[in-house]
Design a protein around this ligand. Structure first.
Ligand SMILES: Nc1ncnc2c1ncn2[C@@H]1O[C@H](COP(=O)(O)OP(=O)(O)OP(=O)(O)O)[C@@H](O)[C@H]1O
Length: 254
């Protein structure tokens, strides 16, 4: 995302439609494109990933792991749009895990509750307190801060499986993006964990477990996920306005 000014940028046109002024340089391809073309290519690339990898079958019930963060919020919106536009025939649900972390998850759950209404997707919240009898705050009081992320990660994984079983879904889609996967690859190399290294880039995992998981954003750059809600969509913009302090201007515009 580079800002440029002056005569040179004014004379350029979007390299896709060749009609409008470019609004951004795509971090992924370095193409200079307009806002309108950006949201079309962003959504269509995800559609291609879904189709080319047979991520879903018509009639399936799919839970979207909804943390209230940017990735899963954009994923919920894009999946509900594509499901309608391309007639995937999926029953979509939002599934949130409330770890019981005061000042963190309680805030982001408010975003998920807004998404439930805005996108018209039923929401299921499963909490550590209900599943395990302990909130994460209570666990930290007992064990301290050391290793608490490891506990939380293991519990969350299990809680997502339990929530998915309660919703009777066929698959769980998560908002893991290309940057997350690159980070995991590097971590596994540093740890020398060959088994995980070979698994961590798969777009579908856990097919032999209770609920297969998939990553429709496997090839999507984090920067583009951040740009997407700013670039067009009124509904999703509403979800993010409090995060970005959106004032009607696009920071990446020339
Ligand atoms: N509490 C949660 N409830 C439901 N799903 C979750 C939760 N936490 C994480 N996930 C799922 O796992 C994915 C990866 O989460 P993680 O926290 O590692 O990354 P992130 O980049 O911060 O994602 P996000 O921006 O969606 O919060 C999320 O996109 C979401 O689909």
């Amino acid at each position: 995302m580079e800002m440029e000014g002056g005569e040179k940028s004014r004379s350029r046109l979007c390299s896709i439609c060749n009609q409008r002024r470019p609004a951004l340089k795509r971090p992924k391809t370095l193409q200079q494109i307009c806002r309108e073309c950006f949201y079309v290519v962003f959504e269509e690339e995800i559609h291609r990933v879904i189709v080319d990898n047979n991520l879903f079958k018509p009639g399936e019930r799919i839970a979207i792991g909804a943390s209230g963060g940017k990735d899963s919020t954009v994923l919920a919106y894009v999946m509900s749009e594509l499901n309608r536009r391309h007639n995937y025939g999926l029953d979509l649900f939002l599934l949130s895990v409330d770890e019981g972390i005061t000042g963190y998850r309680d805030d982001s759950l408010e975003t998920v509750k807004r998404n439930e209404l805005q996108y018209g997707l039923p929401l299921k919240v499963v909490s550590y307190k209900d599943l395990y009898g302990w909130t994460m705050d209570e666990i930290v009081k007992m064990i301290g801060l050391k290793n608490n992320c490891t506990f939380c990660g293991v519990f969350r994984r299990q809680a997502l499986d339990r929530g998915a079983a309660l919703l009777k879904v066929d698959k769980l889609a998560t908002g893991h993006n290309a940057d997350d996967i690159a980070e995991t690859v590097l971590l596994n190399i540093l740890r020398g964990d060959i088994a995980r290294l070979s698994r961590c880039t798969s777009i579908i995992t856990g097919e032999d477990g209770p609920i297969p998981r998939c990553k429709p954003f496997k090839y999507t750059y984090e920067k583009e996920i951040v740009i997407y809600p700013l670039s067009y969509t009124p509904l999703i913009l509403l979800s993010f306005s409090f995060l970005f302090g959106f004032d009607g201007t696009l920071p990446f515009i020339y």
